[in-house]
Design a protein around this ligand. Structure first.
Ligand code: ATP
Ligand code: MG
Length: 562
């Protein structure tokens, strides 16, 4: 763990594990797993599950496997497998073992045969629609399929032929024989195998029948000797099925399924189906678009692994549904970058300033501290010369009350260097735009004060025009305009996409030290926010920066109020 990170707090899952350890259940072993389906990129919700599962393994000297739940070949892809591995590693975790549910296809098949032999599974030949009808509803019990009492021999024969590819998709399915009148719909003879003539990214064309998720998941857990199978609340109603399958199969190990509430975030959708839609229909620029709530998106945006881990600690793990403010996540990033990011000067919207009394060809280099809160982060040189840029909105021709920056006749401090005073300005008469300021500097103010002790109220950041590098800067805002894009009154979440979620500034001016800014390093652009080099589009000589997060911390303020 990096210093400054939140210490894992107790939660109800850790309490269960503590009790189990006291009773020496599972011989004192703790084994968890993170089981993504490789049908999309991981998102911030997954990091909650990752931090929980890998964090428990770390703190209890246990194990945590990464297991791909790859039972739906139509939707899965090796690109997703690779991205998931990369994201888990980037978050700072490593798996004890890497598994694929598809590695268990032979065993899963054998178990299905075993269930047929013990009379606990049968081949059904109703159509999908009939099966739906027969299933009943929450208030109405289901009824038995006419095929439910096929003999073991007939079931074995049909299942074998399903595997051999003799039937079309949908002609037959294998179902567990449980109880069509159960109050729990998941127990009404759930499907455990279906025919699917699809190429699988790992097993190729070996199989044309694939096991269903519920059946696969519990058996995979048991095969791997998982002790605590942690999943999100929507699986609570599936737990009786999880236990039923393992009891019927008399597996050596019987993991305990424990459910927790999934993460929901304001201004965010976390459904893989929706994220895929945003990518496929080009509402965003791919899975790693910095506006996406994917781990790849956050990484490119400039989030640090520590900030995300910290966030997952802060929000805790509970049974109750809740929605977390996006501001909490942003707060975690600011906290990390405030400590670790170098301060640099970048002018986003440049206004030219000419220091009339400064020698034409003179260049002075000033020492600038990288982080005023941490001298160990060192200094760098910033060049100063006659022509500078400051931020357009740091000048006002007619300053309102409370505006302490530059105005005609007004004096301010330029960070790290001198006091300057605005003597006059040039205005484009047609557009009304201020195009140039003429100032004088006070050589005696070098270092931030003057012998006469006069005070100035404003300190501005600046860059030297001849030394600055032009850069593109991308300012991001929420991807959605509504706190809950899935709200009932919104017909389609895409209707509330924020048209201003990306603002591109093409001619920002950055101080020369940023020429070699490495990918993955966070910077504080003084008075602007935290930024990083864009990992995909930035090139030497054509720098592109992403705003990771602004400086304003609305959440911290709310905390103080509360
Ligand atoms: P789907 O099953 O619809 O494709 P999923 O979000 O459940 O989507 P999985 O790949 O099955 O995706 O998820 C892997 C693990 O991450 C599961 O254990 C799941 O419970 C957990 N997980 C998914 N979304 C969240 C979330 N928002 N908060 C916490 N955990 C989550
Ligand atoms: Mg899932």
């Amino acid at each position: 763990m990096t210093t400054g990170e939140a210490v894992p707090v107790n939660n109800f899952i850790r309490s269960i594990i503590n009790e189990d350890l006291e009773k020496n259940k599972n011989n004192g072993k703790v084994a968890t797993r993170f089981p993504p389906e490789p049908n999309g990129y991981l998102h911030i919700g997954h990091s909650k599950s990752i931090c929980l599962n890998f964090g428990i393994a770390r703190d209890y000297q246990g194990t945590c496997n990464l297991r791909f739940d790859d039972t739906n070949p139509a939707k899965e892809d090796i690109e997703y497998v690779d991205s998931i591995k990369e994201d888990v590693k980037w978050l700072g975790f490593d798996w004890s073992n890497l598994h694929f549910a598809s590695d268990y296809f032979d065993q899963l098949y054998d178990y299905a045969v075993q269930m047929i032999k013990t009379g606990k599974a049968y081949v059904d030949s109703l159509s999908a629609e009939e099966i739906r009808e027969y299933r009943g509803t929450l208030t109405k019990p289901g009824k038995d399929s006419p095929y439910r009492n096929r003999s073991v021999e007939e079931n074995l024969d049909l299942f074998e032929r399903m595997k051999a590819g003799e039937f079309e998709e949908g002609a037959h399915i294998l179902r567990a024989k449980i109880d069509m009148a159960s109050g729990n719909i998941n127990m009404r003879d759930p499907a455990i195998y279906r025919i699917k003539k699809a190429h699988h990214h790992r097993t190729g064309d070996k199989w044309c029948i694939y096991p269903m998720y519920d059946y696969t998941h519990c058996i995979s857990d048991a095969i791997e000797g998982i002790t605590h199978s942690l999943c999100t609340l929507e699986f609570e109603d599936h737990r009786p099925l999880y236990d039923w399958v393992l009891d019927e199969l008399k597996t050596e190990s019987h993991p305990q399924q424990i459910e927790f509430a999934r993460l929901n975030l304001t201004y965010t959708v976390l459904s893989k189906r929706k994220l895929l839609e945003l990518v496929k229909n080009n509402y965003v620029n791919g899975w790693s678009d910095p506006r996406m709530p994917t781990i790849a998106g956050f990484r490119r945006r400039g989030y640090t692994p520590a900030s995300i881990r910290n966030f997952c600690e802060i929000i805790g793990v509970a049974k109750a549904h809740s929605t977390v403010e996006l501001g909490v996540l942003e707060h975690c990033l600011r906290e990390d970058l405030n400590k670790n990011a170098d301060r640099v000067m970048v002018v986003l919207r440049p206004l030219k300033v000419i220091i009339d009394n400064y020698p034409e060809d003179q260049v002075e280099e000033f020492d600038a501290d990288n982080n005023p809160e941490d001298p160990a982060m060192g200094n760098r040189k910033v060049p100063f010369s006659k022509v500078l840029y400051i931020e357009k909105d740091d000048f006002q021709e007619e300053p309102p009350k409370g505006f302490f920056r530059l105005a005609p006749g007004r004096e301010v401090r330029l960070k790290h260097t001198y006091y300057i005073k605005c003597e006059n300005f040039v205005k484009d008469e047609q557009t009304g735009e201020i195009t140039e300021l003429h100032c004088t500097y006070d050589p005696e103010s070098r270092g931030g004060g003057t012998p006469d002790g006069r005070k100035v109220k404003g300190t501005l950041h600046w860059v030297s025009a001849q030394h600055a590098l032009k850069a593109e800067v991308r300012l991001y805002d929420h991807l959605f305009t509504r706190t809950n894009p899935d709200d009932k009154d919104i017909a389609d979440y895409k209707d509330v996409l924020n048209p201003n979620s990306l603002e591109t500034i093409n001619d920002a001016m950055v101080e020369p030290s940023l020429a070699e800014a490495p990918i993955g390093k966070g910077y504080q652009f003084m008075r602007q926010g935290y930024f990083c080099v864009d990992s995909q589009d930035s090139k030497p000589g054509n720098l592109v920066f992403n705003r990771s997060v602004s400086l304003k911390d609305s959440w911290a303020k709310e905390k103080v109020k509360a």
